[in-house]
Design a binder for this molecule. Sequence first.
Ligand code: BTN
Length: 254
Amino acid sequence: EAGMTTKRMGRKVYFFAETDTTNNRARELALEGAPEGTLVVAERQTAGRGRRGKVWESPVGVGIWMSLILRPEILPAEASVLTLMCGLAAAEAIEEMTGLKAGIKWPNDVLIHGKKTVGILTEMDCEMSQVHFVIPGIGINVNTEEFPPELAQVATSLYLESGKTVSRCALVQKIMERIEVHYDRFLESGSFSSMLADYAQRCVTLGREVHVLGRESFWAEALSVTPEGELLVRRKDNGAEEVVFSGEVSIRGV
Ligand code: BTN
C-alpha cells in the first residue's frame, strides 16, 4: 500500500508469500464483499493458471502475480473490455518505466520485441444480465533471467529485454494508476471509446492475417476491435466480416 497514489485501485492489498493462485484468493475476498480495487499479490503461485487450461509458471521473486477485484455496473457481454483495459494499462506502465516498446496481441498478451511478457486471465461472477464482480489476473515476467528452451522462443522478461532489473513494487503502482485512469474515464463517459483508441494503437494484431480457431477455423485479416472488445475480421475464403470472441484466435508468426 505504501506509495499508492490511486484513489481506489490497489488501495487495499493482500499479500501472500505463497498461494495456489491469486485469482482464487481474490474470488474469496470478492464473495466476502471486498471493495472494488482490492488487489491480491503473491510472491509465488503453486498452481498458476493461464488461458485455455494452461499452466502459468509463477516462480518466486522474479514476477508480478496479481489479481484485482472490479465491480462494474455493466452487462456480462461487455466485460471483455476490462481485460483489454488491463493489458493496455500494463503495456503503458511497462513502456513508461523501462522505455521498451510494448505491443498488445489481441486480446491481452503484452509483447516486447515480439515475445510475450504479460498474460491476463480474467474470471467473472455474474448472472444473465448483471455482473457481480470481475477478476483480472495479471502475470508479468519482470526479472526472470532465463526461460526453459521450449519457452525461450516465445516468452521474455523485462530484465531480459532491457538489461536492467525492474522494481516490481513501482511497476504494480504504475499499473494501478493506469487502470484507474482508464476505468474512471469509462465510468464518466459510459463508453470504452477513449481506451479502445489507445488500445488499437498498440495492438499488433490489427492489419495482420490471423488463424481463427473456433467451432469453425479459417484465415482472416484482423480489421478492428469492437466497442465490446471483440475482434472484427474479414475472412479470406469468402470475404465476409465476422466478429471473433477472445480465446478463439491464434495468430500466425507472433
Ligand atoms: C495467459 O495464459 O496468458 C494468462 C496468464 C495469467 C497469469 C496470471 S498470474 C496472476 C493470476 N493468477 C493466475 O493463476 N493466473 C493469473
